[in-house]
Design a protein around this ligand. Structure first.
Ligand SMILES: NC(=O)c1ccc[n+]([C@@H]2O[C@H](COP(=O)([O-])OP(=O)(O)OC[C@H]3O[C@@H](n4cnc5c(N)ncnc54)[C@H](O)[C@@H]3O)[C@@H](O)[C@H]2O)c1
Length: 429
């Protein structure tokens, strides 16, 4: 019998989940069925149900609350695409009701929220997986292969990542919304001129519902990718500011738009992540990873490239490149081909089921395979998702206190100044 899924939260990113399911179906991996959708906004739920009907051939039953869904829908698992503050409560309710859970990043709104989810998974024996597509895509799999297996540039030493643009500053005449970029999520345009903010911006501006600004939201991807490449981070020192007013302010209530972070890893790697969305004048993007015998570099900015490393865009496949100290040079296209050629048939199918390269399709497929008993555990299970969140929260902890912060202290709860008000709000103790 096909696995029966419910989609809970039918906003922006859930669209990508439907397209990913369509992709899986087209690759002959459609052995699942979405029987229910749920959203507090009836229009959003109804539109998503229509989309399922049109693309996957079956209209799920629409619910307005997850409680109604859990009381009457016949489902095995839930795919949660909700504002961060609702992740833990609804995930726990789902698991208590017997459902396995695939939860959008960040796993929980705080470390305590994550622990609540992990404990529920262990108590109920349900699978808990964190939906985070980037490390699962060929770009980052290739980077990992370069360092761990290729021998092309030796062991990782350091990285330097810079991004500077004026995205959150008032746009010049005729330029507003000219291109997709992070300002659409955290920037000032809609709403700041007096109109109401759209829902997807409203909750992101409320720290009690979002858990933080860009560093915690899309930054979760960045933190997860760094951990994937280089292992656990030991210390973080961060300066975060909101400068879009034109006057630098200490990191406070406004979402950060200018960030300087220095990281040390337990294996000796060091790195810096420095970016601003409030830097008028010349734009710049440069991410370079250094190994003991060469470098891997990407200088082509793409939407969200502050957070999404080595994305597989046609341009980056040509321009991102490895340069070895023996003089050899390869672009990402060649490196990806070498990585793919190094895989056995089983490994290729494991990483890229049916040739899929979309991280959303891969994460959903992986989740289904765990439920079927074909895989032991999700790659980013509850604990792994919590560790990636701890890095983001350590950045805030440092930004707020000015201290060098041990990520382990954030993970074990001994440092939580930034998270305390959020935990208090949600009654997490
Ligand atoms: N993987 C990625 O690249 C990526 C990208 C964007 C967002 N996300 C994540 O996806 C999640 C959702 O983000 P989004 O951008 O789709 O937000 P969104 O605001 O567009 O959608 C959230 C939806 O949840 C609904 N909702 C709110 N409370 C609810 C409740 N109690 N019960 C049922 N429905 C409820 C809202 O009505 C809305 O339709 C977040 O965790 C976000 O971080 C992931």
């Amino acid at each position: 019998m096909p696995i029966r899924l419910a989609l809970i939260g039918c906003g922006r990113i859930s669209r990508r989940h439907v397209l990913a399911m369509k992709d899986l179906q087209e690759r002959g991996r459609g052995d699942f069925v979405v029987t229910a959708v749920c959203d507090a906004n009836p229009q959003a739920a109804s539109e998503r149900a229509d989309m399922f009907e049109e693309l996957l051939g079956r209209r799920p039953v629409v619910y307005g609350t997850h409680e109604e869904l859990l009381a009457s829908a016949r489902v095995d698992a839930a795919d949660l695409c909700l504002p961060h503050g609702f992740h833990h409560g609804i995930a726990v309710d789902c698991m208590e009701a017997g459902l396995h859970v695939l939860c959008e990043k960040p796993l929980g709104i705080t470390i305590k929220a994550c622990r609540t989810m992990i404990e529920a998974a262990e108590r109920t024996g349900r699978v808990l997986s964190t939906a985070a597509p980037h490390r699962r895509q060929p770009g980052q799999r290739t980077v990992k292969w370069v360092f761990d297996e290729s021998g092309l540039i030796g062991r990782p030493l350091s990285f330097f990542h810079q991004y500077r643009s004026s995205a959150v500053l008032p746009a010049a005449a005729g330029q507003a919304d000219a291109r997709p970029n992070p300002s659409q999520l955290w920037g000032p345009q809609a709403g700041d001129s007096g109109g109401p903010l759209p829902e997807h911006k409203r909750w992101r501006r409320d720290r009690l519902m979002s858990g933080g600004g860009p560093v915690l939201d899309s930054g979760f991807h960045y933190c997860d990718s760094l951990r994937y490449f280089f292992g656990e981070v030991e210390t973080v020192y961060a300066v975060l500011q909101s400068v879009k007013s034109g006057m630098p302010q200490r990191f406070g209530d406004a979402p950060e738009d200018t960030v300087f972070v220095t990281l040390t890893f337990k294996n000796g790697v060091t790195g810096s992540w420095a970016w601003s969305l409030a830097a008028p004048g010349e734009e710049a993007y440069d991410v370079t990873f250094y190994g003991s015998r060469g470098s891997l570099r990407d200088t082509t900015a793409a939407p969200f490239s502050i957070f999404h490393l080595f994305q597989r865009t046609p341009e980056k496949l040509e321009t991102a490149r490895l340069e070895s100290s023996d003089g050899s040079v390869y672009n990402m296209k060649q490196l990806e081909a070498m990585h793919r050629a190094s895989l056995s048939e089983e490994e290729e199918e494991f990483l890229y089921p049916g040739g899929a390269t979309d991280g959303f399709a891969i994460e959903i497929w992986e989740f289904l395979e765990v439920l079927r008993g074909n895989r032991e555990a999700p790659e980013i299970d509850g604990r792994e998702g919590m560790r990636s969140l701890a890095l983001g929260d350590a950045i805030y902890e440092s930004g707020l206190t000015g201290d060098v912060v041990l990520v382990d202290d954030v993970l074990d709860g001994s440092r939580s100044v930034f998270q305390d008000p959020i935990d208090d709000h949600w009654g997490l103790s």
